[in-house]
Each structure stands twice: as structure tokens, then as C-alpha cells.
Design a protein around this ligand. Structure first.
Ligand code: F6R
Length: 614
């Protein structure tokens, strides 16, 4: 959460910082700000509540001749979103400025002791204690590096910080402790950027270095010095970035979310990619770390994730049980991390985090590491923190996703999990060759099926026009489609702010049925699969209570014809793969309803793409 940017070079810093902040807004967007050092080393801070556009307008009024600065886009944790709490923050002398991502767990204690020493705090944030701590630790020699090292060692929690000071007008100091999101240093020609994430640096530099936990970087326009948290110099590898501007542009689409929905046939093809040889129907995961014997020994799988990634886990549970024949459980990472579990080396934890930055998932993975379960993580950012913990990372290959509501990363997580279940099934001989062939040939058809589904958006627009004014929705599904009911409800809440609940259809009679009347649209996921008869019973129960039904049913079948007025048809595929294509109506229903309601679809209120705090 929160986006951080720093620039030092020969170009006009205000423009570079604000352009980059715009590209980090998906990480937090309640307020924003920059701190600039001008050619006379004078520090100027500009902040705005709301989006970067407001900040840009403010900055235009001041023509600060600056080639170095830091910026921040905020997702509030301590203190409401307003100008005062927006970053950057400064010390009492207004000579040091900082931007921060994370939570300082001992901030109250630090604040109390600094206030006793006479420091004056202006904001309600935990972040402000960083600038005052640095000020406090500055000795007579003004050794800012030493002061920063002391500060980094003093604050508790997971934190990423950038610092500038008018005493060092050509340098940006950074440090990272724990995993409060990443920090990437981009090396350009006589200019350097430092950012929370890749989109902000793509136009400027393609050689990058990731700062790890407990590391410090001192950045000037021509070089970067790396140290550990004790101030000892270290060397770090630089890698090349293989992304371009196109991958982070909306192109012809009105929203990133819509573009990303349309990316799905290609993303899914990439996720399958070279992992499957359709000639001999074999699946390969490059450098898979576990031997066939170890895979055969797995006695339990635990899938963990949050939000949409948790829903992917819930679908995959059925695949690992029915295809790989391994007892499988699913847990929300934030619950899992506090369980007292007995785990051993024959247990496999599979975590899913498209960002690789979700604090609860990271903590859950860390917590059980001493018990030696094997760990695989699925990520769309395979150099992120989750990969540092797992034995093996599988890149879901969705491509950059900017829309805060996950779409293509969900589909690619599902696709990758399906492949993993088949891959392990082959090693465990839990699937006949004929069944494996049939499953892979169905999978090969999916990108084409999804592509055709994208051509048929009229039906969603009709539903959206009819229902966008309703205040509550219920989504019902069974078996593999129960998690999709949860996902449909989550997508609707996130981007249209309509209250929605996803339930297993069998649970309906145990409470939710009390809510059903003509004011409650019920989205019933009723494809022609082995649960059809049961779902028909649920559908009739809703109908008998005058519930308003929107059915999602299989095309070219007549089982649904007279039972619902509003029907969205999806193509027929195998039962196993139906949840993957079911995600398309879940995405489009919420997208078009949010569009009708004129919501901020790519940056819904209160949300952020990477949830780096607990
Ligand atoms: C919903 C959504 C969130 C994320 C959740 C976990 O559209 O995007 O629910 O799925 O915050 O994020 P990751 O996958 O990055 O761990």
C-alpha cells in the first residue's frame, strides 16, 4: 500500500515525480505529495488530498527548479486522508523530508519520547516520527547516514523509507525493513529513480535493482551505494526489465479493468505457454524443486491467500482433491497465520498472491517455515517478497495488472493451479493417461472460448441497465462455482459499492433466504454440470419467494428457459474448467453496473492493489 517515488538526475524533477506517481496511484490514492530540493538546496513540499492531478495543478503554480525529489501517494493507516497527514513529512527544522510505506509499530512510544525532547509533530501519522528521529540522531558532524541507520534500527515493523536533506542536495537515502512492499532502483543515463513498483520507472530506465529487507541505498545521479542495516557496504545484482510503456497503457479501452478483461485470452495462453507440450500431453514446471518421490509423499496441501486469491484457492481445492487425490484445505492467510498447526515436510503450502506483497500471506508463509512444510507460491510479480520465502515460485504470467480489482490475475492463478494439479497428478499416477489427455485438450480450447465470450457484452449491458440501482445482491453457486459466487459478489462490492454476498447455494435455506424478495436480485450460477439438479431446486425456491433471478447458464440447453427472465449464457466446457469461464460474467456484471453508477472503476474508494499492512 502507498506508492513511493524518488528521482535524482538532470531533468525537471516535479514532472518526473508526478508522472510516476500517477502510475503508482493504484497502490493508494487518498492524498499525495512531493518534496523537492531546488538548485540552492532549498526544500519545498507540496501536498494535496485526492489524486495526483490535484497535486500537479498545485505544483504548476510554483516553478521549482529542481532535479531531485521524493513523492508519495497515500493509503491512510494512521490519521485521516488530508493535506497535513499526506506525505512527505519533515523534521522541526524543515531540512529533512521523508516518504514512508508501512506501519511503525512502536510509533507512539517514539513520538512520546521525542515530544518530551521538544519535537513538534504536525500530523497524526506514524510516519512523521521518522523525520524527527533522524533529526534527533544527527550529531554535531551532521552525519545523516549514521542517523538513518540508527532510525532504521529503532523503528519496529515492516517499513520502506526515502529521505532527502538540504545538507545532501544530490542524494536520496532509502532503507527497507521487512516487507512493506518492494523498493526498486532504476539506473538511467546520469539519472536514477527509486520506486515501489515497476510501472513508475518503465519510461526512464531498464536496468533495475531490488532492495531487500534490512538494506540501505544511497542514490545519486551516477551511482548507488548499498549497505546493510549496520552500515556495512554490500554488492547487489542489477537485472534488466523486459517491459514497455504499452504494457501499462489503457490503449483503446475506457478503463484498465476493461482492458485487463480483454487481455485474458492472451494472458491465459501465456500462463499455459511452454509449460504444456500438447504433442505428448506433458506438463513441465521449469526447475521444479521437489522430486517425484517427494510429490508422492505429500499427505496434505494447504492453499492460502486473501480476497480474490483466496477464491482461486477455493476452486483449486477441488482440483487437488479430485485430480491429484491429496487431502487439501484452504485458509484465509490472515486466519492461517494465527493457527497452531502441526505441519511436517510431507505437507505442501501453496500460497497465492498476485502482488507477492500481501502482508498476511507473507506472515503466514514465514510463520510455518520452521516446521519445514514444502512451500510453493504463485505470483504475478515473481521477484516479490513471497518468492523469497517459498521453495518455488510459479509466475502466473498475467502481465501487469493496474486495475485495483483483480481480473486477469485471477484467471491466470486458476489456470496455473489447474496445471499444477495435473502436473502433480501425473507424478502420483492419480490420473489415467486418457483422462489427462482429455483434460489438456479441453484446456487448450479455453483461450478461444474466452475470446468469443468477450465479443458478447450486450447481455451484460442489459443486465446493468436494469439492476444498477439495486442496493443488495445475492450470488449463489455450488461446488466449483461456489467460490465464483463469492468472487462475483466481491467484484460487485469493490467497484460498484453495492452490498453483495456470495453463498454456497445449499446454505441459502439456513438464513439468507429470509432476505429474498423482489428487491434482492439473486445471481444464480447454474451451468450444466453435476450440480445442476441441486441448483434447479435452489432456483425454484428463490422464484417461489418472488426473488429476482439473474441466471448464468450453459448456452444451447433448454433447462433454464422458462425459469428466469434474465439469463446470461456461457459456453459449455468441462465441469472442472467452468469456474474459469464463469469469471467472465462475474467481471462484466460488476464492470457494467459500476460504469452505470459512474464509479471510479480502476481506483475504487478505500482499496489498494497491494495490501502490505496487516
Ligand atoms: C480483489 C482483489 C483483492 C486481492 C487481495 C490479495 O479484486 O484484488 O481481493 O486479491 O488483496 O492480493 P494478492 O493476490 O496480491 O495477495
Amino acid at each position: 500500500m502507498c506508492g513511493i517515488i524518488g528521482y535524482v538526475g538532470n531533468n525537471y524533477a516535479p514532472e518526473i515525480l508526478t508522472n510516476s506517481l500517477k502510475k503508482l496511484e493504484y497502490r493508494g490514492y487518498d492524498s499525495t505529495g512531493v518534496a523537492l530540493l531546488d538548485t540552492n538546496a532549498k526544500l519545498t513540499i507540496q501536498k494535496s488530498s485526492g489524486t495526483v492531478n490535484n497535486l500537479k495543478k498545485n505544483l504548476e503554480k510554483y516553478d521549482v527548479d529542481s532535479k531531485i525529489g521524493i513523492g508519495h501517494t497515500r493509503w491512510a493507516t494512521h490519521g485521516e486522508p488530508n493535506n497535513i497527514n499526506a506525505h512527505p513529512h519533515t523534521d522541526c527544522t524543515k531540512k529533512i523530508s521523508i516518504v514512508h510505506n508501512g506501519i511503525i509499530e512502536n510509533h507512539q512510544e517514539i513520538r512520546n519520547s521525542l515530544e518530551k525532547l521538544g519535537h513538534k509533530f504536525l500530523s497524526q501519522t506514524d510516519s512523521e516520527c521518522i523525520s524527527h528521529l533522524i533529526e534527533n540522531y544527527l550529531d554535531n558532524n551532521d552525519d545523516i547516514e549514521k542517523a538513518i541507520i540508527k532510525t532504521a534500527n529503532k523503528i519496529k515493523g515492516a517499513n520502506v523509507v526515502l529521505v532527502i536533506s538540504n545538507k545532501h542536495p544530490n542524494k536520496i537515502f532509502c532503507f527497507r525493513i521487512g516487507s512493506a512492499g518492494g523498493l526498486i532502483i532504476a539506473h538511467g543515463n546520469d539519472e536514477m529513480l527509486v520506486s515501489s513498483d515497476i510501472p513508475a520507472i518503465i519510461p526512464y530506465a531498464s536496468n533495475i535493482t531490488y532492495l531487500s529487507s534490512n538494506e540501505i541505498a544511497i542514490i545519486s545521479s551516477k551511482k548507488v551505494e548499498y549497505k546493510n542495516i549496520d552500515g556495512i557496504s554490500i554488492s547487489k545484482k542489477t537485472t534488466t526489465l523486459e517491459l514497455n510503456e504499452e504494457s501499462i497503457s489503457k490503449g483503446e479501452f475506457k478503463h484498465f479493468m476493461l482492458k485487463e478483461i480483454h487481455d485474458q485470452p492472451q494472458s491465459m495462453t501465456d500462463a499455459i505457454g511452454s509449460r504444456v507440450s500438447f504433442i505428448d500431453n506433458k506438463i513441465k514446471f521449469e526447475k521444479f524443486p521437489f522430486t517425484d518421490d517427494e510429490i508422492k509423499q505429500f499427505s496434505k496441501i494447504i492453499l492460502i491467500g486473501m480476497g480474490t486469491s483466496l477464491h482461486a484457492c477455493m476452486v483449486a481445492k477441488s482440483w487437488f482433491e479430485s485430480i491429484t487425490k491429496i487431502p487439501t484445505e484452504v485458509d484465509n492467510s490472515s486466519e492461517f497465520r494465527y493457527r497452531d498447526l502441526i505441519l511436517n515436510e510431507n505437507h505442501l503450502i501453496i500460497s497465492i498472491s498476485q502482488s507477492g506483497e500481501t502482508a498476511d500471506t507473507i506472515a503466514a508463509m514465514e510463520k510455518f517455515r520452521p516446521l519445514n512444510p514444502k512451500q510453493i507460491t504463485l505470483s504475478n510479480s515473481p521477484k516479490a517478497q513471497t518468492s523469497q520465502i517459498a521453495d518455488y515460485t510459479i509466475d502466473i504470467r498475467a502481465g501487469i495488472e493496474i486495475g485495483v480489482a483483480s481480473t486477469k490475475t485471477f484467471m491466470c492463478s486458476l489456470t496455473t493451479l489447474y496445471l499444477l494439479s495435473l502436473f502433480m497428478a501425473e507424478k502420483r499416477n492419480s490420473l489415467t493417461k486418457a483422462k489427462m489427455n482429455a483434460k489438456l485438450s479441453e484446456l487448450a480450447k479455453l483461450p478461444g472460448i474466452i475470446s468469443n465470450m468477450l465479443d458478447n457484452q450486450k447481455q451484460y449491458k442489459i443486465i446493468a441497465n436494469k439492476y444498477y440501482n439495486y442496493s443488495n445482491f445475492l450470488y449463489l453457486g455450488r461446488g466449483l462455482n461456489y467460490p465464483l459466487a463469492m468472487e462475483g459478489a466481491l467484484k460487485l462490492k469493490e467497484i460498484s459499492y453495492i452490498h453483495a454476498e456470495g453463498y454456497p447455494a445449499g446454505e441459502m435455506k439456513h438464513g439468507p433466504i429470509a432476505l429474498i424478495d423482489q428487491n434482492m436480485p439473486v445471481v444464480i450460477l447454474i451451468p450444466k454440470d453435476k450440480m445442476l439438479d441441486k441448483m434447479l431446486i435452489n432456483l425454484n425456491e428463490v422464484k417461489a419467494r418472488k426473488g429476482t433471478i439473474i441466471a448464468i447458464a450453459t448456452e444451447n440447453e433448454n433447462y433454464i428457459n422458462n425459469l428466469a427472465k434474465d439469463i446470461i449464457f456461457i459456453p459449455k466446457t468441462s465441469d472442472d474448467l467452468t469456474p474459469i469461464i464463469m469469471s467472465i460474467p462475474m467481471q462484466f456484471i460488476s464492470y457494467y453496473i459500476a460504469l452505470n453508477k459512474e464509479c471510479n472503476i480502476d481506483m475504487p474508494r478505500n482499496l489498494a492493489k497491494s495490501v502490505t499492512v496487516e
